[in-house]
Write a protein that binds this ligand. Structure first.
Ligand code: NAD
Ligand code: ZN
Ligand code: ZN
Length: 392
């Protein structure tokens, strides 16, 4: 089969690799119709997280079941399915509690596993023609319709980007109707976090970034774009809240009830945007958040950064504004998405016409287009926000 593999720092290649097959009786083999690129892939692409050359990339698959193992009970060949990024057994104590991204059986070295990701288990990725899906009854989520129909982009985003945006808004930041929300990062995760906050009834949602195409998209989905190149985003948001006519005394608030970090450790330093400053977003979020508010951190912070910025170490401990967070009484939650909790809910929002996450997809290609799409995505060029490959 053909697949997108990590070749070297900032190089992916499209190669012929051995076909994925059914290896265990509980596996399914899925023929991929759509498979998305993600900011998480960029951490590997940039050489930050130790991917071995030859690793098949990708963790956002939509496709059709081609074959199932003898013990698979509910999934049949021909079924259109979306596959959550974090694969899981479905029966361990964490899975039983709905905490699928912390499954205890999917990876020998620790909790949680994912397709095509360095350090997340032995599973090959989904930017390929075929994908082996372990524990198929748990991991294959049926979706209606036919491959290539009007929902193809909406459904592929159920694998990761939309469920992560929803997890960030609903569970990590705890957005409820009437809240004020600010999302840092207008990549796919930030945009769909903002979109989820709006679906949940937020009063106003700000979206902070420094890339034109992404700020435009934030406006398109109904958020208020905040361009950090124009000045401190915290002050810009406070000024906008003040223009909205805050009640007397509210100026003592930080500004925002729920803040989402959809950037992670590769955050740009706002003072020197050609450089990174991994604690930039947490510093801004702590200033902006209201007393008794919350911060949800969906952006990735790795244990070890293989190419830290000049002057920093591989295991740099970030300085969090602990005192500010304590005195404001802020709740901070981190983490990977327990995807499977939300897949069916969000699928049904799509099917009911209440959500169209596919509006954030900007580019389509075949597997052969992967090198060029990765380059544009990484450099924030050509308006690439979310690219979807269609292998078959
Ligand atoms: N928790 C999870 O389960 C999960 C799942 C998917 C992705 N992620 C992570 O979420 C993050 C976002 O993913 P994505 O696909 O949207 O990535 P992306 O790279 O497309 O988007 C990141 C955005 O952050 C912006 N940014 C950089 N510095 C900033 C700053 N100081 N302030 C505001 N914005 C800034 C960039 O311009 C970019 O638009 C990544 O770290 C990714 O690994 C986590
Ligand atoms: Zn992803
Ligand atoms: Zn499990």
């Amino acid at each position: 089969m053909r697949a997108v593999v990590y070749a070297d720092v900032r190089t992916v290649a499209v190669r012929e690799v051995p076909d994925a097959t059914v290896e265990a009786p509980t596996d399914a083999l899925v023929r991929i119709t759509s498979t998305a690129l993600c900011g998480t892939d960029l951490h590997m692409y940039d050489g930050r997280t130790g991917a071995d050359p030859g690793l098949v990339l990708g963790h956002e698959p939509l496709g059709v079941v081609q074959e199932v193992g003898s013990a698979v009970q509910t999934v049949r060949p021909g079924t259109r399915v979306v596959i959550p990024t974090h694969l899981f057994c479905g029966t361990c104590v964490m899975c039983a509690r709905g905490l699928s991204a912390a499954c205890l059986r999917a990876r020998a070295e620790g909790p949680g596993a994912a397709y095509g990701y360095a350090g997340m288990g032995p599973y090959r990725g989904a930017q390929a023609e075929l994908l082996r899906v372990p524990w198929a009854d748990a991991n294959c989520v049926p979706v209606p319709g036919e491959p290539g129909d009007a929902y193809e982009d909406d459904f592929v985003l159920l694998a990761d980007a939309f469920v992560t945006g929803w997890h960030a808004a609903a569970t990590l930041a705890g957005v409820e109707a009437g809240d004020t929300v600010a999302v840092f990062g207008a990549g796919a995760v930030g945009l769909l976090g903002a979109y989820s906050a709006l679906l949940r009834g937020a009063r106003v949602v700000y979206c902070v970034d420094g890339v034109d195409a992404r700020l435009d998209k934030a406006g398109e989905i109904g958020a208020v774009p905040i361009d950090f190149r124009l000045g401190d985003p915290v002050e810009q948001i406070r000024a906008d809240r003040a223009r909205a006519g805050l009640p007397l005394g509210e100026e003592k608030l930080g500004g925002i009830d729920r803040v989402i970090d959809a950037v992670g450790f590769q955050a740009r330093d706002r003072e020197r945007p050609d450089q990174e400053r991994p604690d930039q977003v947490i510093a801004d979020a702590a200033r902006l958040v209201n007393p008794a508010g919350s911060i949800g951190v969906a952006g990735v912070y790795p244990d070890k950064d293989l190419h830290p910025r000049p002057g920093a170490s591989a295991r740099e401990e970030l300085v969090a504004p602990w005192g500010t967070l304590f005195s404001k009484g802020v709740a901070v939650r981190f983490g990977r998405t327990h995807d499977r909790r939300y897949t069916v809910l969000l699928r049904d929002l799509v099917v009911a016409g209440r959500a169209r996450p596919g509006i954030i997809v900007t580019h389509h290609g075949t597997l052969a287009d992967a090198p060029e799409l990765y380059r544009g995505f990484d450099r924030r060029e050509n308006g690439v926000i979310k690219a979807v490959l269609r292998p078959s």
